[in-house]
Design a protein around this ligand. Structure first.
Ligand code: FAD
Ligand code: NAI
Length: 468
């Protein structure tokens, strides 16, 4: 077969790129090495983790808050196999959704491992070892990423696990040590802490979610401590030794290398980042050399060193986020079709789906200080909101950073109920370069969590929050 475009990898980067190519009239194929479509995000990432986050939050609420709401429950217990089964059903529904979209858009799907024979010929090797080759004008590499696990962490998938195994534990563990206070460690650590597991998070840096605004780290640390999570900051895990039913974890203090801490737990979740995945892709056959971090180098058009071969998503530079991969999928499809698309990377929001949730877009306060940009902060705590009191979601705040002279919104950082959804308003306003006063003068429905954003804008623009 001959195609205009072949996409390798069916994650949010790949399947969105394929759909956009097909919409633009390009004859498109997509290759996926697993038997299901959707990639990391849909199968072992965003979707299953959010399914377990929702389930565990329901349990936690029922356990902790229902009585205050006047709802009495007897014999409340967790049915972990059912929780995992529901999560699997959610994933399956999404798999079917992507399959349907491929059919609807007349995209040919090949199941097997794709590798370059040359820049216009791709080999597909099925799990049973059969080979098939297709011809293609252009190629979009969207092969994603895999968890990083150093060899000395003895990853056995039983006691020493990554996010992939952590999504399928069928009995609530008594204890879990999480290596890494990044997004995965906090989200999956929260799932188990809510279900009653003693969770300890060991983080090398001074604070958790170190890439986000420092106020968000502080607020979230406070909330997660209330949930019972223990943090050991400024410690580097050096040894992980599994036995049949336990795992021993040793960490060294960064302040004094002779000081070590050790834990014995049911599981050790390794969540120290992900590496771009290009194994067996045959990049050498086309002369593409990954950079020092294993990423495929691309130019501003997301084209590799080889004209006609593009790369997107986790396998290239930038944030490892599903929505970033999606934007890049659309961008490359439109570029191939001769359009001139644009991605505003600075306004790609980041979200952590703990409870309270955390979200942020634009500059953090630390970045503005470092750049010497004059700014004025406006903050508003959720506990001052009627809506938050009604739902007992008092933790958190909205912080707006506006330019000191022009009042343009430069960054918005939220910790609180529904922060993941609230950030969309900030992104929209910042896309249109709104000022804090613009936002403050827009009517926000009452009572809503979104009022906190308006109030923070009022506070930034003229220190005149109404409800505080
Ligand atoms: P992937 O989704 O990794 O897809 C790549 C696909 O390519 C895979 O299916 C793989 O099998 C296939 N492939 C690889 N090599 C070949 C080959 N040679 N031939 C054929 N197929 C191949 N991001 C968010 O924005 N929000 C979240 O809430 C979120 N939650 C996450 C939770 C967890 C636990 C994890 C692990 C990640 C999460 N992410 C989240 C990150 C998100 O999953 C990734 O950023 C996103 O999946 C990247 O998309 P991608 O298309 O680049 O690659
Ligand atoms: P991460 O990069 O977010 O965090 C890893 C943390 O581990 C860092 O804080 C690092 O300092 C720490 N660390 C590294 N080595 C250590 C050691 N030896 N001892 C102690 N701490 C150590 O990586 P994570 O959480 O694995 O996530 C991977 C990617 O997946 C992220 O880039 C993220 O964007 C994406 N993701 C996004 C989600 C979302 O958008 N909600 C959810 C989950 C993942």
């Amino acid at each position: 077969m001959t195609y205009d475009v072949t996409v390798i990898g069916s994650g949010p980067g790949g399947y969105v790129a394929a759909i956009r190519c097909a919409q633009l009239g390009l004859k498109t194929a997509i290759i996926e090495r697993y038997s299901v479509l959707g990639g990391t995000c849909l199968n072992v990432g965003c979707i299953p983790s959010k399914a377990l986050l929702d389930s565990s939050e329901h349990y936690h609420n029922a356990h902790t808050n229902f009585a205050t709401h006047g709802i009495e429950l007897k014999d409340l217990k967790v049915n972990m196999p059912q929780m995992v089964k529901r999560k699997n059903e959610v994933v399956l529904d999404n798999n079917k959704g992507v399959e349907f979209l491929m059919k609807k858009n007349k995209i040919d799907v090949y199941y097997g491992h794709g590798s370059f024979v040359n820049k216009n010929r791709i080999r597909i090797t099925t799990p049973s070892g059969n080979n098939e080759e297709i011809e293609t004008g252009k190629v979009i590499i969207a092969t994603g990423s895999k968890p990083i696990v150093p060899a000395n962490f003895n990853y056995d998938k039983k006691r020493v696990i990554t996010s992939t195994e952590a999504l399928n534990i069928e009995k609530v563990p008594e204890s879990m040590v999480v290596i890494g206070g990044g997004v995965i460690g906090l989200e999956l650590g929260s799932v188990y802490a809510r279900l009653g597991t003693k969770v300890t998070i060991v983080e090398y840096l001074d604070r958790i979610i170190a890439g986000m605004d420092a106020d968000c780290s502080r607020e979230l640390t406070r909330s997660l401590k209330k949930l019972g999570i223990e943090f050991q900051l400024r410690h580097a895990v050096t040894e992980v030794t599994p036995s049949r039913s336990k795992v021993k974890v040793v960490a060294k203090s960064r302040d004094d290398e002779s000081r070590t801490l050790s834990w014995e737990a049911d599981y050790c979740l390794v969540a120290i980042g992900r590496r771009p995945y290009t194994d067996g892709l045959g990049l050498e056959s086309v002369g593409i050399a990954p950079d020092e971090k294993g990423r495929i180098p691309v130019n501003d058009h997301l084209e590799t060193a080889v004209p006609g071969i593009y790369a997107i998503g986790d396998v290239v530079r930038g944030a490892m986020l599903a929505h970033k991969a999606e934007e890049e999928g659309v961008f490359v499809a439109e570029t191939i079709a001769g359009q001139k698309p644009h991605i505003h990377y600075h306004l790609i929001p980041g979200v952590v789906y703990t409870w309270p949730e955390v979200s942020g877009v634009g500059y953090t306060e630390e970045e503005l200080k470092e750049k010497g940009v004059p700014y004025k902060p406006g903050k508003f705590p959720f506990r001052a909101l009627g809506r938050a009191r009604a739902s007992m979601d008092l933790d958190g705040m909205v912080k707006v950073l506006a330019h000191k002279e022009t009042d343009e919104i430069l960054g918005v950082h939220i910790v609180g109920a529904r922060a993941a959804d609230l950030i969309a308003e900030a992104v929209a306003l910042m896309e249109f370069r709104a000022s804090a006063e613009d936002a403050a003068r827009m009517s926000h429905a009452h009572p809503t969590f979104a009022e906190a954003f308006k109030e923070a804008c009022l506070s930034a623009t003229a220190n005149r929050a109404i409800q505080l």
